[in-house]
Design a protein around this ligand. Structure first.
Ligand SMILES: C[S@@+](CC[C@H](N)C(=O)[O-])C[C@H]1O[C@@H](n2cnc3c(N)ncnc32)[C@H](O)[C@@H]1O
Length: 199
């Protein structure tokens, strides 16, 4: 069901969907662990699609944690709301979402799990999304996003990596998940904890 929905939406809107198949369970486990969902109080997911990461996020996040998923495709949003009735999904482009309306005053996201197709986006859009989301990371919070192995060498993949490198915090990459189709790895940007020197 999920794969069929995903393939249909890829055929209809390949640029925003950005992949032919949903991510694998191995990829989901890697990105959810990298983002530090298990200890987060506020969890954000960008571009959940049909929900392969969402299922692992839901299982990993603490019982008291709050989850917000932001997805631009209304077909996926309807599917997600039916599949995960206890979670909150907003139908919005990530670059335009008003986080003040959702986050408690002074709070930030300790964990961001991102499935957006960065190499499908021109650099100004990459910058607009990062500019709206990254200031919402809590001190010590992590932003984890995946890249298909090989596509990160293309111009938009390189532009995205350069943008990430310019952000405050430390950037690392996970090993490649070869069991994903296509193989992919995760960028993990960790914001400095309050009082830490800039990474
Ligand atoms: C590569 S798919 C990943 C879906 C899922 N996370 C997975 O790994 O299978 C990218 C998802 O991002 C969504 N998307 C694309 N542009 C977006 C934007 N500007 N804001 C929010 N979601 C967006 C697409 O509709 C799609 O569901």
């Amino acid at each position: 069901m999920s794969a069929a929905t995903f393939i249909r939406e890829f055929a209809r809107n390949w640029n925003a969907t950005g992949a032919v198949l949903p991510s694998s369970t191995a990829m989901a486990a890697c990105i959810v662990d990298a983002a530090g969902v298990a200890t987060a109080r506020h969890v954000l997911e960008l571009g959940p699609g049909t929900g392969p990461f969402t299922a692992v996020v839901r299982a990993a996040m603490p019982a008291h944690a709050r989850y917000l998923g932001i997805e631009v495709n209304p077909v996926f949003v309807a599917h997600l709301r039916e599949r995960f009735p206890g979670l909150t999904f907003a139908e919005s482009p990530a670059q335009a979402f008003d986080f003040d309306a959702w986050l408690p005053p002074g709070a930030g996201f300790e964990a961001v799990v991102c499935g957006l197709p960065w190499t499908a986006f021109p650099e100004p859009m990459q910058a607009a999304i990062l500019g709206n989301v990254l200031p919402r990371l809590a001190p010590g919070g992590r932003f984890a996003t995946f890249a298909y192995f090989g596509l990160h060498w293309l111009p938009r993949g390189r532009a995205f990596r350069a943008l990430l490198r310019r952000q405050p915090g430390t950037l690392r990459t996970t090993p490649v998940v070869w069991r994903n189709v296509p193989p992919a790895f995760v960028y993990v940007l960790e914001r400095p904890a309050d009082g830490d020197a800039e990474g």
